[in-house]
Design a protein around this ligand. Structure first.
Ligand SMILES: CC(C)(COP(=O)(O)OP(=O)(O)OC[C@H]1O[C@@H](n2cnc3c(N)ncnc32)[C@H](O)[C@@H]1OP(=O)(O)O)[C@@H](O)C(=O)NCCC(=O)NCCS
Length: 155
């Protein structure tokens, strides 16, 4: 007989957390670049210290942007770039720590995947340092046959 301790029930995401898939201008986020910076600075390790002007350009260069709000507080974010046919890449998926483990990250990724530019791509890639298990739960597979190559910009 198994003696495994049953997992405690996972609390559902607060129903008040609202997801927005942004239009091309990302107006709501552009008005709240300080909130985006706070989320990335506080809850990611790779996207800290990005300046508002850089974040603004980043939004312009993304085909899909999803944000999650509890009231006026930004509690989650994710974005994607895509050529609309062959390749799409997910970037910067972040959920504020106090909202993690309640399905919000899944909702953000599913929203990105359901968007037209990403859904149309034959392959969707992402890079992750610590989120492998999370992305496996969402249907992604680790690829060992390819190498990640990097050229750091000098500017
Ligand atoms: C990774 C992150 C986006 C996940 O968001 P989240 O809202 O906590 O995740 P969810 O609650 O939607 O989890 C969805 C599923 O993935 C699983 N999961 C979540 N994080 C996991 C992890 N680190 N390892 C393994 N599985 C994980 C959950 O148990 C859940 O499984 P289930 O559907 O079978 O119940 C969030 O923890 C985060 O922002 N972390 C900090 C930034 C980061 O590390 N981002 C990853 C890119 S490097």
């Amino acid at each position: 007989m198994s003696t495994a301790t049953p997992r405690p029930p996972v609390p559902a995401a607060a129903p008040s957390v609202r997801l927005i898939r942004h239009g091309g201008l990302c107006l709501r986020l552009r008005w709240r670049l300080a909130a985006l910076r706070t989320l990335l600075d506080g809850h990611s390790f790779w996207a800290t210290g990005r300046r508002p002007t850089q974040l603004s350009r980043m939004l312009s260069g993304s085909q899909v942007v999803v944000s999650a709000w509890q009231g006026s507080t930004l509690v989650g974010f994710g974005r994607a770039t895509s050529d609309g046919v062959f390749r799409a890449v997910l970037w910067d998926v972040v959920v504020a720590e106090e909202h993690q483990g309640r399905g919000l990250g899944r909702r953000i990724v599913e929203e990105l995947l359901a968007s037209r530019p990403v859904a149309a791509a034959e392959r969707v890639y992402l890079m992750t340092t610590t989120g492998e298990g999370f992305y496996e739960r969402l249907g992604f597979s680790r690829v060992d046959s390819q190498r990640l190559m990097l050229k750091q910009s000098s500017g």
